[in-house]
Design a binder for this molecule. Structure first.
Ligand code: M6R
Length: 352
C-alpha cells in the first residue's frame, strides 16, 4: 500500500474478527472479562450515556440504536467536548461509556472525570492498552484493531461499533431483555462481517475510479436514516478531514426542513439505503433520492445486492446484513471515497 490509510482500510476484516474472537462461550454466554461490571452493577443501570469525539462519537450514535433495542435502557450520546462543560443529571445508576481509539483525547478524559465526580460508573471502549482513559475508567473493553497510524480513523470506528454491540448484547442478556438464542444469533451474524468486508474490499479499484469523476466537486452531501444517519455523518467527516471540501451528512427525514436548499444541478449526494424494510425506512430513503434528484442531484447509492434504486446515477453494492450491522459495511466505501478524493485533489491523506 502507498499510504497507511489504505493499509488500515484493508486491515478492517481482521480488526473486526479480532475484536469478536472468543467473546462468546460454548454455553452461549458472552465473555467480556475486561468489563469488570458485575451482574448487580448491570441490574442497577437506569441510563447509559456514550461520550466521545469525532469518529468515535459516530460509533456511539450507532451503539445507541442497538443499546436501546437490545437492553431497553434509555441511552444518550454526547460529544465529550460538550458534556464536560454541562451539568448532566447522573447518579450511581448511570453507566457512562467513553469511546476513544487513542485513549488520550483530552475532552473525553475530562468528560470521564466530570462523570465520575457525580458518581457515575464509567466503562471505556479503547484501542490502546494502558492509555489514560482506560486507566481512569472503572472498566474497559479493548478493541483489537492494532495501531492506527493514519490520522483518519478507519478500523477504529468499525471495531468501536462492534464493541458497543458486544456491550449491548451482554447487558441485554444479563438483564433478560435478550435470551441466549437471540444473543447467539446476533453474534453469529457479526462473525460474518469480516468475510463481507473482504467482499467490499474487492471492489475498491472500481470505486476509486468512480470517485475520480467527482474530484472537481466542491460540495458532497450524505444522506442516511436510522443507523445509516451516523454513517452519513462519518462519510462527511472523512471527506472534510481528508479532501478539504464542503461535506455534510443529514438524516433523510430532515431534508425537507431546510438542507434540500443546498442541492443544485450536479451536486453529488451519497445515499445510504437501509438494508431492510423495517419501519418502511428503505421506501423513505428511496423517496428522498427522488426528492434530491428532482433538484438535479447526482445520486450515488450504497445499497445491498438486489435492492432496486430508481434514479441513482451510480450504485455501490454491499453484502446484505441485518439493519443494525449495516454501518460496519456501509462505512467502508465512504472511507475509500474520501481517500480517493484526497488523492485526486493532492492533499495529504495520512497527515491531513
Ligand atoms: O482517539 P479518539 O478516538 O479519542 O479520537 C477522537 C477523534 O479525534 C477522532 O475520532 C477523529 O475524529 C478521527 N481521527 C477522524 O478521522
Amino acid at each position: 500500500f502507498d499510504l497507511f490509510m489504505m493499509k488500515e482500510i484493508f486491515e478492517q476484516p481482521k480488526a473486526v474478527a479480532e475484536t469478536l474472537v472468543g467473546r462468546l462461550a460454548q454455553d452461549g454466554k458472552l465473555v467480556l472479562e475486561e468489563m469488570k461490571l458485575s451482574v448487580g452493577d448491570i441490574a442497577n443501570i437506569d441510563k447509559i450515556i456514550f461520550i466521545a469525539c469525532g469518529t468515535a462519537f459516530h460509533s456511539g450514535m450507532i451503539g445507541k440504536y442497538a443499546m436501546e433495542r437490545w437492553t431497553r435502557i434509555p441511552c444518550e450520546v454526547e460529544l465529550a467536548s460538550e458534556f464536560r462543560y454541562r451539568d448532566p443529571i447522573l447518579s450511581n445508576r448511570t453507566l457512562v461509556v467513553a469511546i476513544s481509539q487513542s485513549g488520550e483525547t483530552m475532552d473525553t478524559l475530562m468528560a470521564i472525570r466530570h462523570a465520575k465526580a457525580q458518581g457515575a460508573n464509567v466503562l471505556s471502549i479503547c484501542n490502546t492498552q494502558g492509555a489514560t482513559i482506560p486507566r481512569e475508567a472503572d472498566a474497559v473493553l479493548y478493541t483489537r484493531g492494532g495501531p492506527e497510524i493514519a490520522v483518519a480513523s478507519t478500523k477504529a470506528l468499525l471495531t468501536q461499533i462492534v464493541a458497543t454491540f458486544l456491550i449491548g448484547l451482554h447487558l441485554g442478556e444479563v438483564r433478560g431483555t435478550l435470551n441466549s438464542a437471540q444473543v447467539s444469533e446476533i453474534y453469529n451474524e457479526m462473525l460474518e462481517l469480516p468475510a463481507k468486508l473482504e467482499q467490499i474490499l474487492e471492489t475498491v479499484e472500481p470505486l476509486r475510479e468512480l470517485t475520480r469523476k467527482f474530484a472537481e466537486k466542491n460540495t458532497v452531501l450524505f444522506l442516511g436514516r436510522h443507523v445509516g444517519f451516523p454513517v452519513a455523518l462519518e462519510g462527511a467527516l472523512k471527506l472534510k478531514e481528508l479532501a478539504y471540501i464542503h461535506a455534510e451528512g443529514f438524516a433523510g427525514g430532515e431534508l425537507k426542513h431546510g438542507p434540500i436548499a443546498l442541492i443544485e444541478e450536479g451536486t453529488p449526494v451519497i445515499a445510504i439505503v437501509p438494508n431492510t424494510h423495517e419501519h418502511g425506512l428503505d421506501e423513505r430513503m428511496l423517496s428522498n433520492i427522488q426528492e434530491v434528484r428532482a433538484r438535479g442531484a447526482q445520486v450515488i447509492a450504497i445499497a445491498a445486492e438486489g435492492i432496486d434504486i430508481p434514479g441513482a446515477a451510480h450504485i455501490i453494492r454491499i453484502p446484505a446484513s441485518p439493519q443494525m450491522l449495516q454501518p460496519v459495511l456501509a462505512t467502508v466505501p465512504l472511507q475509500v471515497f474520501a481517500y480517493e478524493m484526497a488523492c485526486a485533489r493532492g492533499t495529504d491523506v495520512d497527515q491531513p
